[in-house]
Design a protein around this ligand. Structure first.
Ligand code: SF4
Length: 380
């Protein structure tokens, strides 16, 4: 049963990050799942050489991303044999780490280390970034909140490009362990034809590995308004499609995402999402946002507009992470996030758009608050 105090605590832990006491996290990387930096780094400070959790669970099952911040007033420690989060000596909640998948130490037939190909997001999501590269960085036109390149340089913990057959092999190993329910697939910038073919091949490789007709999960390719591409994606058997629109307000979007905005305008994203809803069905298309870079009013307007056309929203809580242009800035307060996401959840519920939790759920990742706010309303 989801609880409001967990939503508030999660918001605080995402906005302020968390520190830890010696001994609290010694079994991360052996018994418990460690960060492998499959895409971005979300911590406030780099921690090369120190295994830290990807995410953890609050006592009511709320999955929360671990964002290391040595200056945070929140601390994870062992108290009376139990892992807890404290602030100023007050225990706020007991927490638990997520078991480490066995396949993390396995190797594919081609010799690739499996955790360098795909990682588990949250408790149940098989996550693949098929290419850790983005051409916007070369021209200084990257999104201001993005640290993709510096994360790769700092940790170098995943393969930049992944082989299609290797991905299928890792999916078979991961799903056979019984913890995966969904997949999430994303990548960098490609030519449209190449990306469509590659994503279709990857989903088909996963589908063959699973031996199923459908693949529960979501792909996040570059946005296209080409309906043939969308149908090609749908015909792979993938359940849902998402486009990373990042920011609803058009002027702020252009300012924070200069390279991306030149390729795909606000209107092009909106058209692409609308077309995708007609092809994938209501509830099976997502607009993905970075929440906290624009005013509440425009974010809410985006949620209202997309919900009205049958799309869902995944709003990640912004982290001013190292290596991004916004490193050292501050996110809005946790109270702002809680109030705004509760309003967003109300709008989503009233819209009647199906929840889409068959393809992406609150257990898939710990850096969004919307699933948790929806759970308070009985949407699971
Ligand atoms: S499009 Fe933006 S968010 Fe995505 S990888 Fe490139 S710079 Fe980062």
């Amino acid at each position: 049963m989801a609880e409001l105090h967990s939503l508030r605590l999660k918001a605080n832990l995402l906005v302020d990050g968390v520190n830890f006491e010696p001994g609290a996290l010694d079994e991360v990387g052996t018994l418990f799942k460690e960060q492998n930096h499959g895409l971005f780094g979300w911590d406030f400070a780099n921690h090369k050489g120190i295994d830290l959790p990807d995410d953890f669970m609050l006592s009511d099952g709320t999955v929360t991303q671990f964002r290391f911040n040595p200056s945070s007033s929140y601390t994870m420690l062992v108290r009376d044999g139990e892992l807890v989060v404290e602030r100023s000596g007050e225990t706020l909640d007991s927490v638990s780490l997520i078991p480490r998948p066995k396949y993390y130490d396995s190797v594919t037939e081609s010799g690739a280390v499996m955790r360098q190909i795909a990682q588990i997001g949250g408790e149940d999501c098989f996550f693949v970034c098929y290419q850790n590269y983005c051409s916007h960085f070369a021209k200084g036109e990257e999104c201001a909140f993005c640290n993709l390149v510096s994360t790769k340089k700092t940790y170098d913990s995943v393969l930049t490009r992944k082989d299609v057959n290797d991905i299928g092999e890792v999916a078979a190993a991961a799903f056979s362990e019984g913890m995966c329910e969904h997949i999430l697939l994303t990548g960098g910038c490609f030519s449209r034809q190449k990306e469509t073919a590659l994503v279709a091949d990857i989903v088909q490789s996963i589908r063959s590995a699973l031996g199923t007709a459908a693949v529960p999960g979501t792909i996040l390719p570059s946005a296209t308004t080409n309906e043939d591409d969308m149908r090609r994606y749908r015909d792979t058997g993938i359940g849902a499609l998402g486009y990373s629109m990042e920011i609803w307000d058009e002027a702020i979007y252009k300012a924070f995402c200069p390279g991306k905005a030149m390729n795909t305008s606000h209107d092009a994203f909106f058209n692409a999402i609308g077309k995708a809803v007609r092809i994938f069905g209501p509830g099976n298309v997502y607009g993905v946002f970075v929440m906290g870079l624009e005013p509440r009013k425009s974010f809410i307007e985006g949620v209202r507009t997309l919900s009205a056309i049958g799309a869902n929203v995944v709003p990640f809580v912004w982290s001013p992470n190292p290596g991004s242009m916004l490193e050292g800035h501050r996110a809005p307060t946790a109270e702002w996030y809680v109030d705004t996401i509760l309003e967003a959840a109300e709008i989503v519920c009233e819209s009647g758009t199906p929840s889409g939790t068959a393809n992406h759920c609150y257990r898939c990742d710990g850096n969004s608050l919307l699933h948790d706010a929806l759970r308070l309303k009985g949407v699971t």
